[in-house]
Write a new protein. Sequence first.
Length: 228
Amino acid sequence: MIDALYSFFAGLLTFFSPCVFPLLPSYLVFIGAISLDDRSSEFIKGKKSIYHTLAFIAGFSFVFVSLGLAGSAIGNFLLAYKEYLILTGGLILVTFGFYTLGLLKVPFLSRYLVLDMKHKPHGILGSFAVGITFTLGWTPCLGPAVSSVLILAMTSGSTLKAVFFLALYSLGLGIPFFISSFILERLLAYFSRLAKFTRYSRFILGVLILTIGATLLLGIYRPFIPRP
């Protein structure tokens, strides 16, 4: 239950991270969920707003769930070494926790691997492709959070749980994206205030990752349930 809640809130906090939330209007304009009237500088929602937004969400959810399946396969393959797997996962999460809190530098996590997509592919499939690009690119923001959920998936000992955890992460990230596409104009009135929350969201996420990692290392939390 704790790992399921963590997976969802990790996705929610990722949405409010410093390199996702401030760029929210740009994402929505780029995927075609909304358009910008140059004369009035107002955002205008098109008839296909819901489809483009859902396609974008489906794109990054596809990647995350695929990672869950791959992680589960690796975890099941290493089932005989589950204690080492749990300890290694705990150590990685503690490292990611310190990185997210800004207390440790991890060079490869600090590199933006954004794919250069100057022009969005046309149609709903184009928005789906942008969703995939979104997950592959923003390593500093998505990396620690996704990796922490992926480690829970790998150590769960169940393919169903692995998929469920990554689906919950996608849901936590996708719901605010979906809601924002409908209330963006209203949201912009409070945008500067909400943007300040990004500092706190990163701190909260860092503490959560660090806590999960510490419980794995200390043996307080054991995702593998021995079968009789």
